[in-house]
Design a binder for this molecule. Structure first.
Ligand code: MN
Length: 353
């Protein structure tokens, strides 16, 4: 992108722009994705659809694969051109969750070392979230503790389902206990829908970021709420991109219907009574970023129903490298104080930057 009029880095606007959902794929991960695309040993139709495209021969795919592997000059130049002061980087979907437990665990550790190394070379421009492999919850906890405590990473990313399983299963809850104890958030990032629900999406090309991501990830978030994760871990913070995958639009209907479900005990222990209405958890245990949703009316709706304290800027580089969306968000009808929270200080607080 060549521009002389576009957004600039620095505090010319009165705030720094911190982008909080920025993707990275270590070259080794791209190699492993390509090998899986060729050998087809993993039964995940969403992965094959998504990365079959991005690792293929389209111009968009090639540009993406080129950009996403860089944590140095290429990325910094793109950040400069789009006015991004700092990027909070995380391993792209499905990340280490595609693999078996031993492979995923080993890759997470290696990727976190590489990310921490890049951050140490560009400490004012980059920060990182840790990769963890929920396939082995115990090792995932150890890696989260190491990544935050020793490497200085700022939380963890989980790319939605892991081999079709969701984190509301109590076997994963030690991960939440660790995040809560460390005081770091978990970014629940999209992936294509799990095998059990992807077929009707695939049939019309709706499995990816166009819509399937939001359904998969919104469902995952609601499963956490309904399972009582936040009654058990009241200080746990989950971050959702794409303006909460649509969930803020649902607050009143969720409360009305969930109240009926628990009052009639319709699903027994699967949908237990909670301490609070569903909307309360979505207001108190979640933060929302604007990744891929640089659209003023939608952002202002979330500002209205969730509030400025939990609304953060994200670009979703390099998937959504659209500098015009930065300008649109610079021009949001917010006060100067709210805009500074949105672009800068909410991220600094939540991720301890
Ligand atoms: Mn993303």
């Amino acid at each position: 992108m060549e521009s002389t009029l576009g957004p600039r880095i620095g505090k010319a606007q009165g705030y720094l722009r911190i982008a909080t959902e920025e993707a990275w794929a270590p070259p080794e991960l791209i190699k492993l994705f390509r090998r899986e695309l060729a050998e087809k040993t993993i039964d995940d139709p969403g992965f094959h659809s998504l990365w079959g495209f991005f690792a293929g021969t389209s111009e968009r795919g090639q540009l993406l694969v080129d950009r996403i592997q860089d944590l140095g000059e290429r990325r910094l130049a793109d950040m400069d051109a789009a006015g991004i002061d700092k990027a909070l980087v995380s391993v792209t979907c499905p990340g280490v969750q595609l693999f078996d437990a031993a492979t995923g665990t080993a890759l997470a550790s290696s990727f976190n070392d590489q990310l921490a190394d890049a951050v140490s070379r560009h400490p004012t421009r980059l920060a990182g979230l840790a990769a963890i492999a929920p396939q082995d919850p115990k090792r995932a906890v150890q890696e989260l503790e190491r990544a935050v405590g020793k490497l200085g990473l700022k939380g963890a990313i989980v790319n939605s389902h892991t081999h079709g399983e969701y984190l509301d299963d109590p076997k994963f809850w030690d991960i939440f206990a660790a995040a809560e104890a460390l005081g770091v958030p978990i970014y629940l990032h999209p992936m294509t829908p799990s095998k059990a629900m992807i077929e009707p999406f695939l049939a019309r090309g709706l499995d990816g970021a166009v819509f399937g991501f939001a359904i998969e990830t919104g469902l995952h978030a609601l499963r956490l709420v309904v399972a009582g994760v936040f009654d058990r871990f009241p200080r746990l913070q989950i971050v959702l991109g794409h303006l909460g995958e649509g969930l803020p639009f649902w607050l009143t209907r969720l409360d009305f219907m969930h109240n009926i479900i628990v009052r009639t005990n319709r699903y027994g222990a699967a949908a237990p009574k909670l301490a609070k209405p569903m909307s309360a958890y979505l207001r108190e245990n979640f933060h929302y970023t604007t990744s891929g949703m640089g659209w003023t009316p939608a952002i202002m709706f979330v500002h209205q129903v969730i509030g400025i304290d939990r609304l953060l800027y994200a670009m979703d580089y390099p998937y959504q490298y659209v500098p015009e969306e930065v300008i649109e968000q610079d021009n949001l009808p917010l006060s100067a104080a709210d805009k500074r929270q949105f672009f800068q200080t909410n991220a600094e607080r939540l991720f301890a930057l």
